[in-house]
Design a protein around this ligand. Structure first.
Ligand code: GTR
Length: 415
């Protein structure tokens, strides 16, 4: 009875969240000793000896483990994606850009689609390289541009529909146009709304087998669904005469950073992946158990991953992979990892180390992955290798500074 009373008192003062926070480690000296699975050693213990070994056998082995144990397999189906360019305005942003909105239909019916918003710089020579990623608040929130359509999925939020331009600090549209890059984005809720409803909304039910009511334990969670949606957009980019589909960088902040890395892994048409503050389930090593852990993410956002991932809560050492291998799946393509020093929840050091431990795979291709082994100082980006990295001063966010580094990195590889 006394204990129960104490619990009530503690909860009243918000102390349970204090107790909860105690489980999260932010102390480097308490990071456990761990051994990472070696990307260059097969599951049967043999060494990966060549580029061909990697491409033909080891890469598929690792990809399969991420599919079945972490994000979930995307059901096989014949891609019936089709598109309709709904609006095109060649004089958007005061003549700086062409704005297009494209309906990307997920199946052969016209019932289920996402709306792709694109800006293409008007000053361009031929096909343009592209930055592409999901947004949190709706396409209309990335810029105050009055002509952007507010998606039906966002309108469902009623009074909570974000204002036009509400997220514009995260999307430097004009800067990208001036630097000669196109930008495309999709509201993630058009693909799968970001809450746990047992996978009844979003794209999952479109692909259930007869009688199936939820994904099997190794089938897609929400991150896989989002990544699949990004691939559907890629199908469109390949048809757009303004876009250089061989130079598409898929990028994202936070949960969308996790998604961008996974999209780059499953769809090799993405020429570059950029992760911003992606943390646990993204670029950060799970075995460090620093900041957000597998157990935490599985309890807070269980719908992001497949059911099988739950068995690794507090059992990170049993994971057959770790997140450096997700980075390695990008090889030999360039990949950029961005952290923010105040975002300890996302474990900046663990994000950096993923780059370090993915580097030997780039070596197989005769390329340098991450050229440094020591974490660089705050605001000192490392741009010279195929793996780029910076840790920005400040908090969990995607800022102009981050984009400036992404553009420099893309210039090195795309121009
Ligand atoms: C956090 C979550 C992180 C990260 C973030 C975000 O609450 O724990 O893994 O994804 O949300 O997406 O903003």
């Amino acid at each position: 009875m006394k204990i129960f009373f104490l619990f009530i008192v503690l909860s009243f003062f918000g102390a349970t969240s204090y107790i909860d926070a105690q489980e999260i480690n932010y102390d480097e000296s308490k990071v456990p000793n761990y051994t990472l699975p070696d990307p260059l050693v097969f599951e049967n213990g043999k060494n990966v000896l060549s580029k061909t070994d990697w491409i033909k056998k080891r890469r598929p082995e690792i990809l399969h483990l991420f599919e079945t144990q972490v994000y979930g397999k995307i059901p096989k189906h014949s891609k019936e994606t089709h598109f309709k360019v709904m609006n095109e305005d060649k004089q958007a942003l005061g003549g700086l850009a062409t704005r297009k909105e494209i309906a990307v239909y997920f199946t052969k019916s016209d019932n289920h689609y996402m709306t792709l918003l694109m800006y293409v710089p008007n000053k361009r020579n031929g096909k343009t390289p592209l930055f592409f990623g999901l947004n949190f608040k709706g396409n209309h929130a990335i810029h105050p541009d009055e002509k952007i359509t507010i998606s039906e999925e966002v309108l469902k939020l009623g009074k909570r529909v974000p204002k036009r331009g509400a997220a514009s600090s995260r999307w430097p549209v004009e800067m990208l146009m001036e630097k000669g890059y196109a930008l495309a984005t999709v509201y993630r809720g058009d693909i799968d709304p970001d809450f746990d409803d047992g996978f009844q909304n979003g794209v999952h039910p479109l692909f259930y087998k007869k009688g199936q009511t939820k994904p099997a334990s190794d089938e897609w969670g929400t991150i896989s669904a989002w990544a699949w949606g990004l691939s559907c957009a890629m199908d469109y980019f390949e048809t757009d005469k303004d876009i250089d589909a061989k130079k598409v960088a898929v990028l994202g902040h936070s949960r969308h950073g996790k998604t961008a890395l996974w999209a780059g892994a499953i769809d090799e048409r993405f020429a570059m992946a950029i992760s911003n503050d992606s943390g646990c389930g993204g670029a950060a090593l799970s075995r460090r158990k620093y900041g957000e852990t597998v157990a935490k993410i599985n309890s807070l956002f269980s719908h992001w991953f497949c059911e099988n991932f739950k068995q690794y809560s507090n059992k990170e050492e049993n994971l057959p992979i770790d997140q450096h291998q997700l980075i390695a799946l990008m090889a030999p393509r360039p990949v950029y990892i961005a952290s923010a020093i105040e975002d300890q929840w996302a474990d900046p050091k663990g994000e950096f180390l993923s780059g370090v431990h993915a580097t030997p795979v780039y070596g197989l291709f005769g390329l340098t992955g991450l050229p440094v082994k020591e974490m660089p100082k705050v605001d000192q980006p490392v741009l010279q290798g195929r793996i780029g990295y910076h840790v920005r001063s400040g908090n969990h966010d995607i800022k102009q500074y981050d984009w400036e580094q992404f553009v420099k990195f893309a210039d090195l590889h795309f121009k």
